[in-house]
Design a protein. Sequence first.
Lengths: 246, 638
Amino acid sequence: MDLTLYVWRQNGPEEKGKLEQYAAKNVSPDSSFLEMLDEVNNDLIENGIDPIEFDNDCREGICGTCGCVVNGIPHGPQEKTTACQLHMRQFSDGDSLTLEPWRAKAFPVVKDLVVDRTALDNIIESGGYTSAYTGEVGEANQTLISKPDSDYAMDAAECIGCGACVAACPNGSAMLFTSAKIAQMAVLPQGEIEAAERVQNMTEAMLNAGFGNCTNHYECEAACPKGVSVKFIAKTNREFVKALAK
Amino acid sequence: MILDGKCPTGPIEKTWDKHRFDMKLVNPANKRKYKVIVVGTGLAGGAAAATMGELGYNVEAFCYQDSARRAHSIAAQGGINAAKNYHNDGDSVYRLFYDTIKGGDFRAREADVWRLAQVSNNIIDQCVAQGVPFAREYSGLLSNRSFGGAQVSRTFYARGQTGQQLLLGAYQALSRQVKAGTVDLKTRTEMLDLVVVDGVAKGITYRNLVTGEIESSWGDAVVLATGGYVNVFYLSTNAMGCSVTAAWKASKKGAFMANPCYTQIHPTCIPQSGEHQSKLTLMSESLRNDGRCWVPKRKEDCEKAAADIAEDDRDYYLERKYPSFGNLAPRDIASRAAKEQCDDERGVGPGKRGVYLGFQTAIDRVGEPMIKERYGNLFEMYEKITDENAYKQPMRIYPAPHYAMGGLWVDYNCMSNVPGLFVLGEANFSVHGANRLGASALMQGLADGYFVIPYTIGNYLAGVKPGEVTTDHAEFKKSREEVTEKTEKLLNINGKRTVSSFHRELGKIMWENVGMARSEESLKYALKAIPELRDEFWQNVKVTGEAKGRNGQLEDAGRVADFLEFAEVLATDALHRKESCGGHFRTEYQTDDGEATRDDENFCYAAAWEYKGEGKAPELHKEPLKFENVKLAVRSYK
């Protein structure tokens, strides 16, 4: 199949960017979206044009490195799918695709489709952990955790930190990302002890990093390639109120 | 040279405890004076950096990804082994030790493997304390499943994302230390040289992948945890950025490369669908708990849809060949068996390079919802890639390069032959011998990072004056100049072929001649073809862009250049090892029914290769392997 691409090209964080038009020819429907970009880049290199820079690594949908906005939707049209797991059979011959980087104040563009997501790491650094030192921490089965609680924690922990939720949010909020970690830790006995401090520190770090706040648009959940639920945001709000009462 | 692994002596059960007591300590006030460099933030590197930070060392950690949370450990699906014996099914530290030695086809050091088995239980405790959401029973107790090469259930898991959850645990511990100021984390940096001063590792030179600057950093010790090298085959289950570069640069500065020919070809991956393909995707070994591998009994049936092949016309070849382990035969054996069926022209799917992994029997037994709970995400991933529903029809799978058992040579302390250079996780060669068992990579990464290096680095640093050599030293300037020159050289060739076309061609040479089956003839061919391709690369590669700023093509070019050198050592090692063992299968050395024939008389050693300069053959050094606890025996899973 043949497609027309409109790709955001921007040389650096301080430079102006613009959309450039490229042709993607003879694309196999079995190839992934990123493999389609590989082929386009090979053509660009052969024609002496600098290839499109895009972040990617595992290409299995788990590392959270890849992602761009495809026709207005983070990671493209297929539900619960990262850009690397999106396959070209989802598109039709003759389609036009507009490719843009995640757009959010907290994610400055590095080059083309590559953005700087250090702000997400800063949120985790502010409290997204239990303060357990490595060493003798007690036998694993000493603390029982009910299966529903454990499953709830795992549902939250599935977040891959790609930032699609931020790109989808009209406020550029990282609330889904932040609350997934808060909720995972709050429901587990190991994390409960520091829950009050954690929710305050992490939500504050989120705002300090330049992310907006949550006003319940739920675009984040729709864009999340792992289907992380907004119920964790509700849990976070509850944890926040509980922390204030302490 | 005969190498000494410096293993402690005495009863194996006491070796690690005794060694821990014998090692020197650095007192807490003095730890602050030392600086340690850690390259790589996967399970081994992330855990090491976090733990050494907790101990009070000044740690500087480097990774090429944009965040420490993204190292390829994250893609491990199935699980992590530990000898907890929660199931009362006969497990013990000794059994995990035994299974790992046997699984590695008697090509690993006993003492190292014992230590791994011993600390395996601490790892599970530690991860639970971090809030890793392992799968649990309704009782609230931790759940287990089985993996290949073992007859007990000792694998802990978090759905199909165990590696992700363990890595996030390590990343979060690391983030806590970044916040505490003990770890200085430098993301989007790639190590391009090891700086050695008077024979001792004292720092690294790296490229800042955002600005393009070539910079250096000093450390009283350097820890490499930079993963494996199977992207030398181009198509593999590794991430796109995985490379041999850091290890190879260390090798060029004197560190020995051990057993590079031990590469793991994983039996259950989604087959290649076309020329566009950039990587192969693994389907977790855990699927073989419930999935059954089969091909049609008759060649004529290969074109039929799976559903049209009657039960009696199916050959469940693993169950037939290995009745006691069945579908849970170890990886090397399961891979070769799949290849054997396809070579017999009974493969299925495009190009007939595939076998079925069917779940109908399991669905009939426990129902589709249970299978969905166990493997749902894997079935989804399979459908996204192949457009096929594996609940309705069997998966098609084929072996693919997955893991490197070989790596930089290290002694019992995880230190290479270059003093001050430590190597952890997949990047070293230590515990898996010639074949790694499933769910053991996560165990090794975390064992090295959380429970080995924090002790052994103290023993080394106790004899080092802190901060004696810093980046002012002339060797650092020289190193930066050399790296800059190499970068310029790559950019100035301005030839006609893309970097990826060279990588693809190298991969083809390696897969066809140094892959699942190797012969003297194929290896000699590879040893001729690789240098030719390398010469062409340096004449005709086209690297676009500039040295400054982000340049993905330049990054790839450097990695492919290193693969083109390293591949020759891999093939040389494979040619010299005139036996079949584990993942190294030489067609000349097999039994009548196609099983590997080991030669313990002549090859019961680790082969460590010393780099001797461009265009020169590497020099072989040997470390003899002694088996005092597990008797050398023919490895049978029948």
